[in-house]
Design a binder for this molecule. Structure first.
Ligand code: DO4
Ligand code: MG
Length: 287
C-alpha cells in the first residue's frame, strides 16, 4: 500500500492512499492522534489505519489532478554514506587528502551517518533541487529513503535525492556538511510504500536519468542488493544515543554516480526511479 501527501485541485493538502489511477483522501479529523501522514506511519498498523480512515464522502481523485508533496512532516532527514562499492570508489577518486577515510568506513562496523536536512530544506516532486553557487562539480544521488518511527522501526520507503557538491567534499572531508546541507539540497517523494511487506533487495532496481534540453546526458542503474549494509542496521545505528520523537527519514546511500567529468547544470531534469515505489522528478536550478 502507498500513502502520500497531496495537493488537490481545490488547493487543500491531504493525506491520501494511492489506488491504481486515483487517490483516496483520508479523513484526518476523526481521531486526535492521527492528523498527519507521519502519525499514520508511526501507528502500530499503518495499512489497517489508512484503510479505516478513507474518507467516505470524498470521491476518488485522478492521479493526474493531484500534485504530490514531499512525504515529510516534522522529521529530520539523515543520510548514510559510502554504503555501496561505487560510492566508496567515487569518494576516494574525488578526495584530495582523505581517501582512506572512505575506504575504512565502507567496511567498518559503524556506518557513516550524517545530518542531511530539516523539512524546510526538502523539496517536493516537480520543485527545483539546487546546485550551490560556489560549486562547479555537483551531482544528484538517487537513494532509497527509510521512513522511521520514534521507536526506530522502518514503517515505509520513499525515494530521496541527496544533492551533493563533490568539489567541496573532495577538497576536504570536513566540508561534508557544506557539500550536503543547503537550501533545496534534498528531494523526497512522491509516495511512501508501506513496509508491512518487506522490500525485495534482489529485485528492486534504482535508476537515475539526467536530461539536458530533452537529451539524456546520463543514465545509470543499480539494485538494492548492492547495498553493503542491511536497512535495519542503518536504522539501528541512527537511533543509538539519539532520540527521534518526531520520527526520522534516513537516506541509505547512493550506488550510482555519474562519471567524474559530469556536473549538473541549470535546467537539467533529474529522474530517480525505484521499482515498486515510483519516480521522483526534479528540475535543477543553479544561479
Ligand atoms: O561520504 C560522503 C557521502 C557519501 C554519500 O552521500 C553516499 O554514499 O551516498
Ligand atoms: Mg548520498
Amino acid at each position: 500500500m502507498k500513502l502520500a501527501r497531496v495537493l488537490l485541485p481545490n488547493a487543500e493538502v491531504h493525506v491520501a492512499l494511492l489506488e491504481e489511477a486515483s487517490v483516496r483522501v483520508l479523513d484526518m479529523t476523526q481521531m486526535d492522534e492521527y492528523r498527519k501522514l507521519s502519525d499514520i506511519l508511526h501507528a502500530p498498523d499503518p495499512a489497517g489505519l489508512a484503510k479505516y480512515l478513507v474518507h467516505q464522502k470524498i470521491a476518488p481523485v485522478a492521479v493526474e489532478e493531484v500534485r504530490f508533496l514531499a512525504p515529510v512532516d516534522q522529521q529530520d532527514v539523515w543520510a548514510a554514506g559510502v554504503t555501496y562499492k561505487r560510492s566508496q570508489q567515487a569518494r576516494m577518486d574525488e578526495s584530495e587528502h582523505g581517501a582512506s577515510h572512505y575506504d575504512l568506513v565502507y567496511s567498518a562496523d559503524r556506518p557513516e551517518l550524517f545530518y542531511k536536512a530539516n523539512p524546510s530544506q526538502v523539496v517536493s516532486p516537480g520543485e527545483p533541487v539546487r546546485v550551490r553557487a560556489d560549486s562547479n562539480w555537483s551531482v544528484p544521488e538517487p537513494e532509497l529513503a527509510l521512513m522511521i518511527t520514534p521507536e526506530m522501526k522502518i514503517s515505509g520507503y520513499t525515494i530521496g535525492n541527496d544533492m551533493s557538491a563533490r568539489d567541496i567534499e573532495g577538497e576536504n572531508p570536513l566540508y561534508l556538511p557544506q557539500a550536503k546541507v543547503y537550501n533545496q539540497s534534498c528531494a523526497l517523494g512522491p509516495v511512501v510504500l508501506l513496509a508491512n511487506e518487506p522490500i525485495s533487495m534482489s529485485e528492486t532496481t534504482v535508476s537515475l536519468k539526467i536530461e539536458r534540453e530533452s537529451e539524456t546526458v546520463f543514465e545509470g542503474e543499480t539494485r538494492l542488493d548492492q547495498l553493503h549494509r542491511s536497512l535495519e542496521e542503518l536504522a539501528t545505528w541512527l537511533g543509538k544515543e539519539l532520540d527521534f520523537p518526531n520520527g526520522a527519514i534516513l537516506l541509505t546511500g547512493t550506488g550510482i554516480i555519474p562519471p567524474d567529468q559530469f556536473t549538473l547544470q541549470n535546467r537539467d531534469v533529474v529522474t530517480i526511479e525505484i521499482a515498486g515505489i515510483g519516480s521522483l522528478v526534479n528540475p535543477v536550478v543553479k544561479d
